[in-house]
Write a protein that binds this ligand. Structure first.
Ligand SMILES: [Zn+2]
Length: 361
């Protein structure tokens, strides 16, 4: 009987013990026991450890799923759906409701002022419109993440690891990058390619991209799913041009929301798909091990709102569906939470829901 048949029939993800910290080798204390998959119903109960090294503080699964069985945790996963984002980017300021047009205008002007897109900074009244993005800190966090904190680089080569349905590639192409993706989900790739995007199938290490090739490599909530993140980052280092940057976004185990919302734990842990949940220092160490010298890190409040939604949903029903309907009161609560967290970040800058790690070759 093949391994795949065994998984399908037995509904079991096999594991191996993983008592030592995969980043620094220190011992770990038990962090969670018996977590279940609240999102996609993958089989099993999952426990994790937290690294005792004060300069690391990584959280990881122990026991660790076997790589050959992990597909079972992704049967109903959501990465392959995608809608055309570039059209959304072009149309917002000209069509749609008044609010949508206004939003499109502010977004464009903000990216222009802050990152030099659309020809760069423009003075006068038009330039001032971009400052409206400062009205709500959650809005700004979302706009920064949408361009991965990358300044304009017309014609620059960009690779997205885990490009899913391809929306981010479309955004970056629309902003002047030459973007391509790599994804291990054939459905996702097919969907993205049907919209004219360039996507390779598989994992990064198997692609054989040329050395010193890309100006930027980005990924959003991918590294925590990867079995060997150092090997991945080493490959990123190899394919980046000197001076090129990687920008990776991942959940922050030390976020404020994680401390405050009990049910948020489930979203952070996302067991068993999140093999690791990073702290700022553990993520930095990982990049250093891969050869990056110039590293900067920040945390963001972008996902403080989805944290609120998932916490509410899990409290009510025991599970949470991404993209489900959200009531007006929950929407307002989520916006409020973002403002509170934005204020909290003034005191503790490492307490945002996501870590953004930027490394330069
Ligand atoms: Zn450690």
């Amino acid at each position: 009987m093949s391994a795949t048949e065994k998984i399908t029939q037995g509904e079991e993800i096999r594991t191996r013990p993983c008592p030592a910290c995969p980043v620094c080798g220190s011992s770990g204390t038990v962090f969670y026991r018996d977590l279940v998959d609240a999102f996609f119903g993958a089989p099993g109960k999952w426990s994790s450890r937290k690294c005792t090294n004060p300069d690391c503080r990584l959280v990881w699964l122990d026991p660790m799923p076997l790589e050959e069985d992990i597909a079972l945790a992704y049967r109903d996963y959501f990465t392959h759906h995608g809608t055309a984002a570039a059209r959304w980017i072009e149309q917002d300021e000209r069509s749609g409701s008044l609010a949508q047009r206004m939003y499109g205008l502010v977004r464009k002007q903000y990216w222009k002022n802050r990152y030099g897109y659309y020809g760069g900074i423009q003075g006068g009244r038009a330039g001032l419109i971009g400052h409206l993005a400062y009205l709500h800190p959650g809005w700004r966090a979302s706009l920064d993440s949408k361009v991965f904190y990358l300044p304009a680089n017309p014609g620059g080569k960009l690779l997205e690891i885990g490009s899913g349905g391809g929306q981010q590639l479309e955004i970056m192409n629309a902003l002047g990058w030459q973007a391509e993706g790599v994804d291990r989900d054939p459905e996702a790739r097919k969907n993205a390619m049907s919209r004219g995007l360039k996507v390779s199938l598989g994992v990064l290490e198997d692609q054989d991209f040329p050395e010193n090739h890309f100006d930027a490599v980005i990924s959003n909530h991918v590294i925590e799913h990867v079995f060997d993140p150092v090997s991945l980052l080493k490959e990123v280092h190899r394919i980046l041009k000197p001076g090129g940057r990687f920008v990776f976004i991942t959940p922050n185990i030390e976020s404020w929301g994680h401390r405050v919302f009990r049910h948020a734990d489930l979203m952070f842990m996302d067991s068993p798909r999140h093999l690791y949940v990073f702290s700022m220092p553990s993520f930095r160490r990982l990049a250093e091990q891969a050869g990056f010298g110039k590293i900067s890190a920040l945390t963001t409040i972008r996902h403080a709102s989805s944290l609120y939604f998932s916490d509410r949903a899990i409290s009510r029903t025991g599970h949470f569906e991404q993209g489900g309907r959200v009531s007006m009161s929950d929407r307002l609560g989520a916006k409020g939470l973002q403002v509170v967290e934005w204020a909290a970040l003034k005191l503790r800058p490492a307490a945002g829901e996501e870590i953004v790690l930027i490394g330069e070759k």
